[in-house]
Design a protein around this ligand. Structure first.
Ligand SMILES: Nc1ncnc2c1ncn2[C@@H]1O[C@H](COP(=O)(O)OP(=O)(O)OP(=O)(O)O)[C@@H](O)[C@H]1O
Ligand SMILES: [Mg+2]
Length: 280
């Protein structure tokens, strides 16, 4: 009997076509993500990154193919999968601490948990506040926090239910460069500590390489996986690695490939033709 555990996430021949769309948002996407992996997704706008992530999160129903988590088909969202989006979507009328505990509190109510569970949840919320460097703002309102801090609250909230899988869609897209660097090291720390499997979408190739053990490059029209790159860096990342020749070489290769697959090249050529034929 085969006792090897199934991959954490497995897509086989996944298709998604939205109504009235001209192209498949996902076409024949096959992918295995092992437990505790950190996989990043890049690619031109519209190549299906969000669609794929949302499908894994159970927020989108594929048109065809199979999608499994822990060897079981995905039917809708589940507590073992948490999502973090670019916009923090915190509840403005709740304190930071209440925001973090909120999802858990819902579960406690709906499943009629004991007071010990509620206490355990409070302990976890405090641990997450410390882990995210938010202990000193636990009683503050979200609108009193910087963007970076708000996103840390959103991540802490996602981690509250100890999800085995963290699905992050451009979570740092709205943050400035310095704050992003801090967030990168923070999320790597979270990954080590919580042993979660992370699928992370970004527009930023440098971010994708720094964070990911593998970078999945997708291409648009139809949305598909183009290339999967193994990142040749030590598991323990340090900011200085961003200047390593292998880092820069991979960044160049990925950027070139995104350009080739994006259709931008043809747009540029067309523009050049037009400007050549334009009257002086
Ligand atoms: N709800 C929807 N209804 C119709 N079409 C959609 C819907 N969501 C996405 N699409 C289309 O599906 C394709 C893939 O979109 P998706 O949002 O997954 O791309 P993406 O790679 O996340 O893009 P971006 O980098 O701009 O966020 C695009 O052509 C998009 O227009
Ligand atoms: Mg997207």
């Amino acid at each position: 009997m085969d006792t090897t555990p199934p991959p954490k996430i497995e897509a086989r021949g996944l298709f998604k076509r939205y109504e009235r769309a001209r192209h498949d948002a996902l076409q024949d996407v096959s992918l295995r993500i092992e437990a505790n992996a950190f996989v990043t997704f890049v690619g031109a706008s519209g190549c299906g990154k969000s669609t794929l992530l949302r499908a894994i999160g159970g927020l989108e129903t594929p048109t065809g193919g199979t999608l499994q988590v822990d060897g079981r088909p995905v039917h809708g969202p589940g507590p073992e999968r948490a999502m973090v989006f670019q916009h923090y979507s915190l509840y403005p009328w709740m304190s930071v601490r209440e925001n973090i505990k909120f999802c858990r509190r819902l579960q406690v109510h709906t499943r009629d948990r004991s007071s010990a569970d509620v206490e355990a949840a409070a302990g976890r919320a405090d641990a997450l506040l410390r882990l995210m460097g938010l202990a000193h703002v636990a009683e503050a309102w979200p609108n009193q926090l910087s963007g970076g801090m708000q996103q840390r609250v959103a991540i802490a909230r996602a981690l509250m239910s100890r999800p085995a899988i963290l699905l992050m869609d451009e979570p740092f897209g709205a943050l400035d460069a310095q704050t992003r660097e801090v967030m990168h090291d923070l999320i790597l720390h979270v990954h080590r500590l919580e042993q979660a499997t992370i699928a992370f979408v970004t527009h930023d190739v440098e971010e994708a390489i720094y964070l990911g053990q593998r970078v999945v490059l997708m291409a648009p029209r139809p949305g598909r996986i183009d290339t999967v790159y193994e990142v040749p860096l030590p598991a323990r990342r340090e900011q200085s690695m961003k200047h390593a020749p292998e880092f820069l070489a991979l960044k160049r290769r990925i950027l070139d490939r995104i350009r080739e697959t994006s259709g931008m090249q043809t747009d540029l050529e067309l523009l050049e033709q037009l400007s050549r034929t334009a009257p002086a």
